[in-house]
Design a protein around this ligand. Structure first.
Ligand code: PEP
Ligand code: MN
Length: 371
């Protein structure tokens, strides 16, 4: 059960103290308060755990400072959508809004290679009105002999160039807790010219100790990729690990499933789950068509498979797109074969716009009364 308190409830107030005193005396119930500081107000949610079935919603609603009570099902206690649950499905970070009702595009390099490529990419994004990107500095690779990313040595120039071209959020995978600190330090040393969304890759979806550490920090939002060989339920529970540690700025990413049933694509595209995740949870949903499809194959209609997959996710209501581009894919150190060309960026953005407009038209259609 969750008690949602009146906005800006002061934890030193008599009402709050009375509430905590009352809850502390309830048999077989433990509770934990979570504060979410927004720009306009601070919200407190109190999570009750234990024999909550014995509690009456009306009684709890009558307690001092309580505005609303949500009775939760067992699944995804924090991130799930529960009966009468009006908790937010959106958050803001560094001036960008992430929500279940909008769409943000993160086009960029799979992996940072040279400062020149980073600058060319950032400039193309700015010239096309984009404020977000993806840039990998820490790369989890199948072979220990493959390029592992430039790590912290590239962070300063990546952040400075992002600031120079007005990029507000960079999605960047981390594979170890020390990377969070390295990113924090590099941002600090460069004067916070941009923001970072910490990406947990598909190979780490069930690295529970990493999830706990990343969930404990609230400086950076988190993009959690679905595990490529586990059920959706297991991946959503991984997201719940992040939330249960305190971070609520979480986006869930679909990136295809590892099975040869998806051949000749790199993974089996799973974007039919976009609306499912929005129904089960309050997280905005990201699609990664590059790692799902994995090639620059083109259908006979002239459209790249990656663009087809993107449109399929967007027309189903996806909220974020993570997509690989490269100024010179032949020189890319990671995933060159799936990178789109910079000349294709305006085309890609227009194609996404068409799919998003079609999704919005579908929403309006559903409001038409049945005859
Ligand atoms: C990536 O986005 O660069 C990546 C490695 O993705 P995934 O974890 O989905 O394979
Ligand atoms: Mn990649």
């Amino acid at each position: 059960m969750i008690l949602i308190l009146t906005p800006n409830t002061d934890h030193d107030s008599a009402g709050y103290r009375q509430l905590v005193g009352y809850l502390g005396n309830l048999p077989n119930i433990t509770f934990r308060a979570h504060q979410e500081r927004g720009t306009e107000q601070t919200l407190t949610e109190v999570y009750l755990i234990g024999n909550t079935a014995a509690l009456s919603t009306a009684d709890m609603e009558a307690l001092p400072t309580v505005e609303r009570v949500v009775r939760i099902s067992q699944e995804y206690r924090i991130l799930g959508r529960h009966h009468d649950d009006q908790r937010p499905t959106a958050f803001n970070y560094n001036g960008v809004r992430f929500a279940q009702d909008n769409l943000t595009i993160f086009a960029g390099l799979c992996a940072v290679d040279t400062p020149e490529h980073v600058e060319i990419m950032m400039r193309a994004l700015r010239d096309n009105g984009q404020v977000c990107t993806r840039m990998g500095a820490y790369k989890p690779r199948t072979s220990p002999y493959a390029f592992q990313g430039y790590g912290k040595t590239c962070l300063s120039y990546v952040f400075e160039l992002a600031g120079k071209y007005g990029i507000k959020v960079i999605s960047m995978e981390i594979t170890h807790e020390s990377h969070v600190n390295e990113i924090h330090e590099a941002l600090h040393q460069t004067g916070n010219p941009t923001g970072v969304m910490l990406q947990i890759g598909t190979r780490n979806t069930q690295n529970f100790e990493l999830l706990k550490i990343v969930g404990r920090q609230t400086e950076f939002p988190i993009l959690l990729k679905r595990g490529f060989g586990i059920t959706l339920d297991e991946s959503l529970n991984a997201a719940e690990y992040l939330a249960s540690e305190g971070n609520r700025k979480i986006i869930f990413g679909l990136r295809g499933m590892k099975t040869n049933m998806g051949d000749p694509h790199r993974n089996l595209v799973d974007f039919a789950h976009v609306p499912t995740i929005k129904r089960l949870t309050r997280m905005p949903v990201c699609i990664d068509p590059s790692h799902s499809v994995g090639t620059r194959s083109r259908a006979p209609d002239g459209i790249l498979d990656i663009m087809h997959a993107t449109a399929q996710g967007v027309i189903s209501g996806a909220n974020m797109i993570l997509v690989d581009f490269h100024p010179n894919p032949g020189k890319a150190l990671v995933d060159g074969p799936q990178a789109l060309l910079l000349e294709e960026l305006p085309l890609f953005l227009d194609d996404v716009r068409i799919a998003r407009e079609a999704y919005e038209k579908r929403l309006r259609l559903m409001q038409r009364p049945l005859r």
